[in-house]
Structure formats: structure tokens, C-alpha cells
Ligand binder design. Structure first.
Ligand code: DC
Length: 220
């Protein structure tokens, strides 16, 4: 297997898709594109500019004139050339992002940038609509899932490790809400593409999930 494929992966928050995608990019020497980081960077820009997440026309203007790039094989997010990687996972961004990500023209601009980055292949891209909207012609598509209880357990451990005080119940309630907003929005809702390989990671370790996906890529 020496073709430089486009591999797309969607799934809900906490399914393990970011970790899996990052590991696979490392193993295959592919570029790693986290499309969620792009929506996060766009949301950060709107907060910095004082644009309320409900002001769609102003958001569209911002989206049209910003450039989001990735460096260090996708580990670093650049917003207009500034490294904003450490500023993307704040509660303020989490609160505003559903409103920003539901504006169709904002999505169109983000999709353009994702396609610009992905056009040469040799890429693993992950998000909510990358198998259905961004790269419907991807060589391989995966839908990564896990039970909401398991996803909440994983997120809770992550928060604890980062010193964030919360409870598993709270994390689970937030995840259910996010599933609902990501899955029911009018434009590009989260859903499994018809030709996606579904991977349920509820009872899998990261290594098992990574091995499974790598095998599919190598055999394709
Ligand atoms: O994957 P993440 O948690 O970093 O994504 C953050 C938010 O961005 C998520 O709640 C929905 C949105 N998103 C999106 O609308 N489309 C994508 N392709 C990726 C993320």
C-alpha cells in the first residue's frame, strides 16, 4: 500500500476519533486534519472580535476573511498565522461553537479551507461531516462511535487529568446535549455516511481501534 489516500472519519464527541486519527496519521505518515479545530479557531476569532455567536452576517464576513492552517503535521492550529492551539478548548468556545457551526455560509468557508488542505491526499481528516459533505469521494470512510456512558467516562477522566472539576453525570448530560445539537442541526448534521465502515469503540482499546482501521486502509 503506497498510495496517498484520503481517509475521512466522523463520529460524536468522545468516540475516540481524534486519538485514533492522530495515531493513524503518525503510523502512515499522513497529514492529520482536525476539522473541529477549524470551527474552534473560527469561534475564537468571533469572540476576540466581539461578534456575538448569533450575528450570522458578521460571522460570515469573518469566515470569508480568515485563514486557518495547520502546522507540525496537524498538531498546531494557525489562525491568520498565529498559533492558537492552546486557546481552543475553553468553556467559552464550547458554548459559542454550536451557533457558529450552524451557519451554512460559515460552514461553506470552512469546507473550502478543508478541501484546500486535503487536495493532495495522504491525509486523515476527522469531524462531523467530513465523510458526508467535505470529502464524499474519500477513498475510505469511517464512522467511529461508542456508547454515551463510555464516552462520558472517557471525557470525565480527561477533564480530571486536566484539573477540571466536574462529575460523570454532568459530562454525560453535556454530551447528550451536544449529540442532540450536532445530530439535529439543519445543515450538515452528524450522521454515518452510507458507505462508511462503522467502528464501535465501546469495548475496544485505542490500540485495537487503531489496528483495525490501519488494516482496513492497508487492505484497500
Ligand atoms: O471535534 P470537536 O469537539 O473539536 O468539534 C467542536 C465542534 O465543532 C462540534 O461540537 C461541532 C463542530 N464541528 C462541526 O460542526 N463540523 C465538523 N466537521 C467538526 C466539528
Amino acid at each position: 500500500m503506497n498510495k496517498r489516500l484520503t481517509v475521512a472519519m466522523d463520529g460524536p464527541a468522545g468516540s475516540g476519533k481524534s486519538t485514533i486519527a492522530r495515531h493513524i496519521a503518525g503510523k502512515l505518515d499522513y497529514f492529520y486534519l482536525n476539522s473541529g479545530s477549524m470551527y474552534r479557531a473560527m469561534t475564537l476569532l468571533s469572540i476576540r472580535k466581539g461578534v456575538p455567536p448569533t450575528d450570522a452576517p458578521a460571522l460570515i464576513e469573518l469566515a470569508k476573511h480568515c485563514r486557518i492552517d495547520f502546522a507540525d503535521n496537524g498538531q498546531i492550529t494557525l489562525l491568520n498565522n498565529e498559533d492558537v492551539s492552546d486557546a481552543l478548548r475553553t468553556p467559552e468556545i464550547e458554548r459559542a461553537i454550536p451557533d457558529v457551526a450552524k451557519v451554512p455560509e460559515v460552514r461553506r468557508e470552512m469546507v473550502k479551507q478543508q478541501r484546500r488542505i486535503g487536495k493532495k491526499g495522504g491525509i486523515i481528516v476527522e469531524g462531523r461531516d467530513v465523510t458526508t459533505v467535505v470529502f464524499p469521494e474519500a477513498d475510505l470512510k469511517f464512522y467511529i462511535n461508542a456508547s454515551v456512558e463510555e464516552r462520558a467516562r472517557r471525557r470525565f477522566i480527561e477533564f480530571k487529568e486536566n484539573g477540571i472539576e466536574t462529575t460523570v453525570e454532568q459530562v454525560e448530560a453535556d454530551l447528550r446535549l451536544r449529540d442532540e445539537t450536532d445530530g439535529s442541526r439543519e445543515h450538515s448534521p452528524l450522521r454515518a455516511a452510507e458507505d462508511a465502515i462503522v467502528v464501535d469503540t465501546t469495548h475496544m482499546t485505542i490500540d485495537e481501534a487503531v489496528d483495525f482501521v490501519v488494516r482496513q486502509i492497508r487492505e484497500s
